[in-house]
Ligand binder design. Sequence first.
Ligand SMILES: [Cu+2]
Length: 298
Amino acid sequence: MIRRNFRTDAAAAQTFIDGVKRLKDPAQFPWPGRDDLSMYDMFVFWHHQSMMMMTPPDQSDRNAAHSGPAFLPWHRYFLITLEGFLRQAVDDTNFRIPYWDWNADAELPDPVTSPVWSNANLGQFAGADWRVRLEMSLSTGDLQIVDRPLERALGQGGRLPTRDGVRTVIRNQTAYDSPPFDSFSSDGVRNHVEGWIGRERIHNNVHVWVGGDMSLSSSPNDPVFFLHHCNVDRIWAAWQEEHPNSAYQPDMTAPDTLQFHRIDDALYSVFEDTVTPREMVDYKRYYEYDTISDLTEP
Ligand SMILES: [Cu+2]
């Protein structure tokens, strides 16, 4: 039950690639009630919907899965759910999503030349076979049906975060989050890792660096979304190991305006199940990482 390094573990990388291709196929994994769409496309819909749900509705910063405390547990839940479908797709109960260690690519003279983007790896998803079927409309913001290849703009904007920068955030941020629990002024590891404050702009910067479909609310169209968020989750895991006495915030004494983000609130889901941030804290119930020491050593 180990999440491994996509860059150095060819078997984990290939199994991930095989799995997402099967999950993307409406014949193998149909999205019930939606003609010609697959369960993979359902994850694109779910992510987009989370961004459309402002929490609370009278502001435009915090939504059900971003710019607030639930950012880390919501994406952990999102990945665990996809991981379950991938296990079915590849028929391997031990399979776990690999992570993209973009700190390693940041050290290359030109990160675009990373093996991650070779045609044997993620480069193949920018070809004719992988189709984007749902995308965020740039004019209305709504989700619309399309049929086109994936778009990327590697390295044309943004910057891959440095390992030193990530280590500094993990070491220095002692709180999980802090009032007002938004993107503008909250201190704590969540806002630094999400990338609204600090020098590295960790999670956001990688979305911008990949560009194209990764810069939209329909960003899970690019399979690298899941490898990227696996590494974001690994940073949270490393921080949890470094700060075992720092609790998730906020608890249930926070006002209703923080619904979807308090520790025992249901995370926004398209499924019937009720999963809370508290249930996402102990990730070792689901998986472990092959290493986190690269993020915690001085
Ligand atoms: Cu997201």
